[in-house]
Design a protein around this ligand. Structure first.
Ligand code: AMP
Length: 401
């Protein structure tokens, strides 16, 4: 889309699904801040900006009297924060596409913003309701999708609405564009070697990811709790470590597939084991093959850190999804921190391209204050995971078609 948007009404689907505490205060405004490049660009063009977003799942958590919990789910608090971040007027409509939205939009001056109430206050949103999407589409002459975090949802405002705009009247916002271009650097013609670092609790959450990555990567590092299912699959005792006993065969088939495709899989060679799932637990470091029957592996050990570091520092492209241990507890955070530092080192000093893709690895990179030291930190947990799994995102397809 390459259009003059001066004085045009432009609907922008953003992702303002921010964490809000019980007092109604936003505890992390990253998603609002990340929407600013697109919004500032539209302000500079003199567009009339209509912002739409969801926040949480309001219809699944109704109050006892059957009404919506507005303290928890209203976007009004986001409008307030936005007013502090942009140099223009920000209005808030207490409905989503109703009479108040229409009135405020009709009064907008060039470069001004109206944020509509939570799209999920309306049943039609999650159902992808065609009639509701069509009525929303009439609120603007252009539609921009900048909500990467919701691009894996086939909802009315993330996908269906795009049907009512032709190719010249719809497009991606700057954040969405950056997310797609950066993931493309992993998935299509990456500079090699390409190393995927995977971790987290469960293999079952990462099967599709591993299967797709085997077709793309030179190396796959497997850490975190999911590594123990791979050990158990090979008949190695893992004590009380996490294990998904119904996934043993699958773990073996992943190892076999990697072998066939000459992809190197790196599993931990030593473990920090604890006698209970507690930061104050008694700890010992053993080889991963010698985790005591009464202990559980909660972090990778020092020899593993050295092994993984070597692989990461030799890589030209790195994608990271999932922590190496229970990084929320200080006694089991070292492995994840060392891997985060090594990815930063590979990026800054060895010219690697690094993408932190999804959920808890994003939390980890922020916790260790390294988000500015890697190439790109994705804003979309589920959406990035699905992209890395090789799936097409409905929000992307809707713009491209
Ligand atoms: P996921 O959402 O699947 O990426 O899992 C992230 C969670 O995995 C974090 O909360 C970690 O504490 C947890 N985790 C990582 N390593 C282990 C481990 N060895 N044992 C138990 N939980 C782990």
């Amino acid at each position: 889309m390459n259009q003059n948007l001066n004085s045009k009404k432009v609907i922008v689907r953003v992702d303002y699904n921010v964490p809000i505490n019980s007092e109604g205060i936003i505890t992390d405004d990253t998603r609002i801040v990340k929407s600013l490049p697109t919004i500032d660009n539209l302000i500079a063009q003199g567009a009339k900006i209509v912002l739409m977003s969801h926040l949480g799942r309001p219809l699944k958590e109704l109050k006892e009297d059957g009404t919506i919990n507005k303290i928890k789910f209203s976007l009004e608090v986001v409008a307030k924060r936005l007013r502090e971040l942009v140099q223009t007027k920000v209005y808030f409509a207490s409905d989503c596409g109703g009479p108040e939205s229409e009135k405020l939009i009709s009064q907008l001056q060039n470069g001004e913003i109206v944020l509509l109430e939570n799209t999920r206050f309306v049943k039609g949103e999650e159902k992808g309701d065609v009639a509701w999407a069509e009525s929303l589409s009439k609120l603007g002459e252009f539609y921009i999708n900048d909500a990467f975090g919701a691009a894996h949802r086939e909802h009315a405002t993330t996908a269906t609405i795009a049907r009512f705009f032709d190719k010249d009247h719809k497009g991606f916002g700057l954040l969405m564009d950056a997310e797609l271009k950066n993931s493309d650097r992993i998935l299509n013609n990456p500079e090699r070697p390409l190393t995927a670092i995977t971790g987290g609790a469960k293999v079952s959450d990462k099967i599709a990811l591993l299967e797709n990555l085997i077709d793309k990567c030179d190396n796959i590092i497997i850490g975190g709790g999911m590594a123990y299912t791979f050990f158990a699959a090979q008949g190695i005792g893992i004590g009380k470590s996490l294990c998904e006993s119904d996934k043993l065969e699958l773990a073996n088939s992943i190892l076999q597939k990697a072998k066939e495709k000459s992809v190197q899989i790196y599993l931990p060679i030593d473990s920090v084991s604890a006698d209970k799932f507690d930061n104050g637990a008694n700890i010992i470091v053993t080889t991963s093959k010698d985790v005591d029957d009464n202990m559980m592996g909660l972090d990778i050990g020092p020899k593993t850190i050295e092994l993984f570091k070597k692989v990461i520092l030799e890589s030209k492209t790195i994608v990271w999804n999932g922590p190496m241990g229970v990084f929320e507890m200080s006694n089991f955070s070292n492995g994840t921190q060392q891997i985060a530092l090594t990815i930063a080192d590979a990026t800054k000093n060895h010219g690697a391209f690094s993408l932190i893709g999804g959920g808890d690895s994003v939390a980890a990179i922020n916790k260790f204050d390294l988000s500015d030291s890697v190439s790109f930190v994705s804003t979309g947990g589920g959406a990035m995971l699905e992209l890395l799994e090789g799936k097409e995102l409905p929000g992307v397809v809707a713009i491209n078609n």
